[in-house]
Ligand binder design. Sequence first.
Ligand code: GDP
Ligand code: IMO
Ligand code: MG
Length: 427
Amino acid sequence: MPVIAVIGAQWGDEGKGKVVDLLAEKARVVVRFSGGDNAGHTVVNPYGEFRLQLVPSGIFYRETACIIGNGVVINPAVLIDEIDQLNQRSVDTSNLVISDRANLIMPYHILLDGLEEDSRGGKAIGTMRRGIGPAFADKVARYGIRAGDLLDKEAFLERLRLILDGKNIILTKIYGVSPLSLDEVYTQYCQYGERLAPYIRETTIMIEEALNKEEMVLLEGAQGTLLDPDFGTYPYATSSSPLAGGSSVGAGIGPTRISAVLGVFKAYITRVGAGPMPTELKDATGDLIRERGHEYGTVSGRPRDCGWFDAVAARFSTRVNGFTGAAITNLDIFDTFPLLKICVGYKLHGETIDNFPSSIAALEKCQPIYEELPGWQTPISHMREYEQLPPQARQYIARLEELTSCPVNLISVGSAREQTIQKTAIL
Ligand code: GDP
Ligand code: IMO
Ligand code: MG
């Protein structure tokens, strides 16, 4: 019953979509367990290039059930649009399943995300403004509406009335904007409910059945460890746990059933949105990484901050997730670089530290200490065996393994599914 959790190890956009699309060939179930349509997972395979926000990246395999788990918040309009677009491109979505426990993003969540961001002024988090934070806040405050609620229209109306009354007070009295109409929201969400009803069901039983048949289950992370509400750069974080621990809760799988935790790291590091990133390069090298790596938000199109690989953050990420292995993506972006740097420690108040601080005030003051390695200055995207890689590329990977104490299982040398090198087995 192998269960592999695929976890973003940095600030998101590490290439989780690519890795899940690759590994899903052998999986019978893929479960997205956190976040919502703030995620943008790029998949490049024989069907074309896709940017998935809610649909799990295993959708391209007809035999694989793709579950949007209880830990995800779902904007039904975005999901319906995504299903339609996939169908238009000949991708069958009949194996999609939506957990009846997943909370829904409601119109007031999106409004409030924008209003809260605007009210933070210069201290804005830089959220995707998709209602993610307000939806997760409502979930834990017990004001959420869940996918399963759409299946009983009368009970849904009663619940929506209660919740919307309160939200309209906030919208009108605190933010001075117009209230939302109960009729309009109700009618719209009933339509979504009719469209999505065939997909909505209890999901833990089907996962257990797969495990009992010894079938492989993949848990698809969204966001990255350094955006976790507990372990990320709080408050510049997201609102659900992208960690391996979060995968257990967000998919409905007991932690003892997870066989491997694969941390996905870029060969460098990127961040989109506000908040500190010690190795950020605000220079020509940062621009070169951004241009070569097309480092612009998959969802928002915002330019991503780019920097050298941060082994301090990577060790921390390995610790809080218990990675059993790593996937290093975008190694080919360094093909033209004569020299590479890895951050091996931070200078803080004149002292050298090698732990990732919990306070952003401290992290903002951290100066990276770099180690330099030679580049390989040759294209590697066509390579499929570890031994084919130039010695400098192998040296770089070996140093990442040493610094993080985490073996590298996969190396990605291009965005397409097949542009991958298996260095060691994941399981
Ligand atoms: P995710 O959110 O973790 O799924 O990652 P994104 O899809 O947001 O961002 C990763 C970007 O890197 C996408 O544009 C991918 O197509 C691309 N990508 C993934 N792996 C590789 C790789 O090894 N090399 C290159 N050049 N691009 C890659
Ligand atoms: P994937 O799954 C990168 C960031 C936002 C912002 C912060 C909070 O594609 O890796 P939110 O909308 O979640 O309230 O925003 O989190 N963020 C991501 N950054 N990749 C993502 O997802 C992200 N999802 C959220 O930019 O800084
Ligand atoms: Mg992304």
